[in-house]
Design a protein around this ligand. Structure first.
Ligand SMILES: *Cc1c(COP(=O)(O)O)cnc(C)c1O
Length: 224
C-alpha cells in the first residue's frame, strides 16, 4: 500500500475505535498503541508519517533494536510482553513510556531494586489474568487489588497507573466480555488508576465498550 491507501486504511480503524468509545461517552478517550512485533522499522515509520506515535513490543530485544533504529523519531515505546528478570536492565536502558505487564510481586521487587540503583522511575500497569487461564501471566482477580496496593507501598520507584489484561482466549463473546468486565471492575476500585489497557485486533470494540481506554492493536494496524 502507498501512504494514501494506508491512511485510508488506518482511518477505518480509527473510525471503529471512535464508534465504540462514543457508545460509552463522548468524554471517553481511547489511546491506540500500535503493536509492531510482527513489523519492521520501515512499517513503523510509515505509521508514524500518518500520525501514530505510540508503539508496543513484547520482546525486550526487539524493542531495543527498533527503538535504536528509530531514535530520531519522537516515538513513545510501550513494553507489553512478559518481562524476565534477566532482561530488566535492557528494558530500563530504553526508558519505556509504559510497562504493561507487571505480573508478580517478585518482579516488582526486582524492578524496584534496579530502578533505585539507577535513580529512575517506571510507569507500569498491573497485569490481570482475568479469565484465569493457565497459559497467561498476571495476577488472579481476587488478589489483584491487594497486590496493587502492596506494590504501591513497597516499590516507590514504580508508578502504578492502572491495569492490563488480555481478553479470554475463546470464540465465545460472552466469556470475552466477562473477562473485560472483571478487569474493569478491579480498575475502578484502584486508587488513582487512570489506564485500563485491554483490547487487541480481534476484540478491541468490545473491550472499549467494557471501559478500556487503551487498546493494543497489532495485526489490524499493520495490515498483517
Ligand atoms: C501481540 C499482542 C497484541 C496485539 O495483538 P493483535 O491481535 O495483533 O492486535 C496485544 N497485546 C499483547 C500483550 C500482545 O502480545
Amino acid at each position: 500500500m502507498d501512504n494514501v491507501e494506508y491512511k485510508i486504511y488506518i482511518d477505518d480503524v480509527i473510525r471503529r475505535v471512535e464508534k465504540a468509545r462514543l457508545k460509552v461517552s463522548e468524554y471517553h478517550i481511547v489511546k491506540i498503541v500500535a503493536v509492531s512485533k510482527y513489523s519492521t522499522a520501515q512499517d513503523i515509520e510509515k505509521l508514524y508519517q500518518i500520525g501514530q506515535r505510540a508503539f508496543g513490543e513484547n520482546k525486550v530485544q526487539d524493542l531495543k533494536t527498533k527503538a535504536v533504529e528509530l531514535e530520531e523519531l519522537p516515538l513513545e515505546w510501550h513494553f507489553i510482553g512478559n518481562l524476565q528478570k534477566n532482561k530488566i536492565n535492557n528494558l530500563l536502558d530504553i526508558n519505556p513510556t509504559l510497562f504493561h505487564a507487571l505480573d508478580s510481586l517478585e518482579l516488582a521487587h526486582e524492578l524496584q531494586k534496579k530502578l533505585e540503583t539507577r535513580d529512575m522511575t517506571l510507569d507500569a500497569l498491573l497485569q490481570i489474568n482475568s479469565a484465569k487461564e493457565e497459559s497467561k501471566h498476571g495476577f488472579m482477580p481476587e488478589i489483584a487489588k491487594e497486590a496493587y496496593e502492596e506494590i504501591k507501598k513497597e516499590c516507590p520507584n514504580i508508578n502504578l497507573k492502572g491495569v492490563m489484561s488480555i481478553g479470554a482466549h475463546t470464540e465465545d463473546k460472552d466469556i470475552i466480555k466477562k473477562s473485560f468486565e472483571t478487569t474493569y471492575e478491579i480498575y475502578k476500585q484502584l486508587d488513582g488508576a487512570t489506564i485500563c489497557s485491554m483490547g487487541m485486533s480481534g476484540d478491541f470494540e468490545l473491550a472499549i465498550e467494557c471501559g478500556s481506554n487503551m487498546v493494543r492493536l497489532g495485526s489490524i494496524m499493520f495490515n498483517k
